[in-house]
Design a protein around this ligand. Structure first.
Ligand SMILES: [Zn+2]
Length: 150
C-alpha cells in the first residue's frame, strides 16, 4: 500500500511541477514580493492576486521538528519512525516549509536554527519524490530533551 500524497490543484500545481524538476518553486506576490507558502489565491500581505512561482535557494534553518513513531494509518507502517521538520527558508522570515528528513536523524541531535537544505528524495524507490530536509550543521540553540516526546 503506497503512501498518501497531496493531490495538486490549480493553485498548488506549479509547486509540484517544481518538485518533479528537483526545483523548489514557491509562490510569490508580484505586487509586494512576499513569498507565500502554502500557495494561496491572493497575497495575505497586500491582497494582490498577481502571484507567480519563483525558484528559491533551498537553504534554511531548522525551526521545529517532531518524531513520528506511531503510523497515522497502515500505509505508514513500513516507514515509521521518521522525523518531520519545519524549515524557515532563507528567503524570508517566517517562510515555513514542513517536510520529512531525507535520512534518519536522531532528534536529540537536532537544534533550533541548524543549517539545513531542501533536497528531493523519496521514502523508498517506489514512492514519489518529495521535498525533504537534509541537515547541514548544528544550530546555535541547544535543546535538551526529556522523555520520549521527541
Ligand atoms: Zn503582496
Amino acid at each position: 500500500m503506497g503512501l498518501p500524497y497531496p493531490v495538486p490543484d490549480d493553485v498548488t500545481q506549479p509547486f509540484w511541477d517544481g518538485v518533479a524538476a528537483n526545483d523548489l518553486r514557491l509562490q510569490a506576490c508580484d505586487a509586494c514580493g512576499t513569498f507565500i507558502h502554502i500557495p494561496e489565491f491572493a497575497c495575505p500581505h497586500c491582497g494582490s492576486e498577481a502571484l507567480s512561482f519563483r525558484s528559491v535557494s533551498r537553504q534554511g534553518a531548522l525551526y521545529a521538528w517532531t518524531r513520528i513513531a506511531d503510523p497515522p494509518d497502515e500505509s505508514f507502517a513500513d516507514i515509521v519512525p521518521f522525523t518531520l521538520g519545519v524549515v524557515e527558508l532563507a528567503e524570508q522570515q517566517g517562510l515555513l516549509l514542513s517536510a520529512p528528513f531525507a535520512k534518519p536523524v536522531k532528534p536529540v541531535e537536532l537544534t533550533v536554527g541548524a543549517a539545513v537544505e531542501i533536497v528531493f528524495a523519496s521514502f523508498t524507490p517506489q514512492e514519489a519524490t518529495l521535498p525533504m530536509i537534509h541537515l547541514l550543521g548544528a544550530g546555535s540553540q541547544t535543546v535538551t530533551t526529556n522523555g520520549p516526546l521527541i
